[in-house]
Ligand binder design. Structure first.
Ligand SMILES: NC(=O)C1=CN([C@@H]2O[C@H](COP(=O)(O)OP(=O)(O)OC[C@H]3O[C@@H](n4cnc5c(N)ncnc54)[C@H](O)[C@@H]3O)[C@@H](O)[C@H]2O)C=CC1
Ligand SMILES: O=C(O)[C@@H]1CCC=N1
Length: 273
């Protein structure tokens, strides 16, 4: 896992607003990477048992007296933002970095509702194990130091890509933000197909889970393209070729994923406020 040692050069509080599935995954990544819990403030009206337990490690949960922080991470639902956003203002000075991971919500909206120097980002849940990928786009007034701080925070949870064009964020959300769900669905459906082919449920589930995670790890470690790795499994005239003739057919993965990504992209645009 990437070290968060660069974060140790900064001293201010790190405020996480919304410690649900994604905010919680990022916090887990930061703490696993060595971030001092005493620097973390969590604002969360319905903290999970895990988040509540972190208070014993020094995290401040829902403190009564807000004061401007070095960075505020906004990880509430986009639909909640209009209600939750104004309450974050006391944590934000002009010099505060406001790092939003909300789908759809634009930089302009964050500037209007919360203020600060805004970076809009789209992470994904493998952040919890330091294997996420995040795409970030900065507002024009974000300083080099704030960009470096953002980069350190996000790299503590995995890879980071920076873009200049905010319009790309809808498709980014559809590919990498939502993408882990597509992979987990693949594991679910591969198991179900195994059961339909006659395997006991426990064995089918184990085979699907280990195949998806093992293939993912191979893809991660290998320098070969995914197409080459696929071809390496495929013996001419063999079993894989038989399956791929279905999966790469006219109603196979390609048109299906194209439709799925288009639907997610459209939804991200609808969520824009
Ligand atoms: N779940 C995912 O894979 C990803 C989610 N996101 C974004 O992350 C954000 C959060 O999504 P999830 O974690 O999935 O949702 P979630 O529902 O698990 O987390 C949202 C949290 O915000 C809390 N909350 C509600 N009102 C609040 C307030 N006024 N102040 C502070 N916290 C408040 C809720 O209690 C909840 O724990 C969304 O904007 C989503 O678009 C981005 C990338 C991936
Ligand atoms: O489903 C959602 O809207 C969020 C954004 C990307 C992943 N989860």
């Amino acid at each position: 896992m990437t070290s968060v040692s660069e974060l140790q050069h900064t001293t201010g509080p790190i405020v996480l607003a919304g410690a649900g599935k994604m905010g919680g995954a990022m916090l887990t990544g930061w703490l696993a990477g060595g971030l001092d819990p005493a620097r973390v403030v969590v604002i969360e009206p319905m903290p999970s048992a895990e988040i509540t337990a972190l208070a014993a490690r020094g995290i401040r949960l829902n403190p009564a007296a807000p004061s401007p922080a070095e960075v505020v991470i906004v990880a509430v639902k986009p639909q909640m933002f209009r209600e939750a956003g104004p309450a974050l203002k006391p944590w934000v000075a002009d010099t505060t970095l406001v790092l939003s991971i909300m789908a759809g919500t634009t930089i302009a909206s964050l500037q209007n509702v919360v203020g600060g120097a805004v970076v809009r980002a789209m992470p994904n849940t493998p952040a919890a194990i330091g294997r996420g990928i995040t795409v970030a786009v900065p507002a024009s007034d974000v300083s080099a130091a704030q960009r470096a701080l953002t980069d350190a925070l996000l790299r503590a949870t995995g890879a980071v890509e920076w873009v200049d064009d905010e319009a790309l964020m809808d498709a980014v959300t559809a590919v990498s933000g939502s993408g882990p769900a597509y992979v987990f669905l693949l594991a679910e459906e591969l198991a179900r197909a195994g059961i339909a082919a006659g395997l006991p449920e426990a064995l089918a589930t184990r085979l699907a889970r280990d195949t998806v995670s093992g293939a993912g790890e191979l893809l991660h470690r290998s320098e070969l393209s995914s197409a080459t790795l696929r071809q390496n499994v495929t013996s001419p005239g063999g079993t894989t070729a038989a399956a791929l003739s279905v999966l790469m057919g006219p109603d196979g993965f390609q048109p299906l994923l194209e439709r799925a990504v288009a639907a997610a992209t459209a939804r991200s645009k609808e969520l824009a406020t």
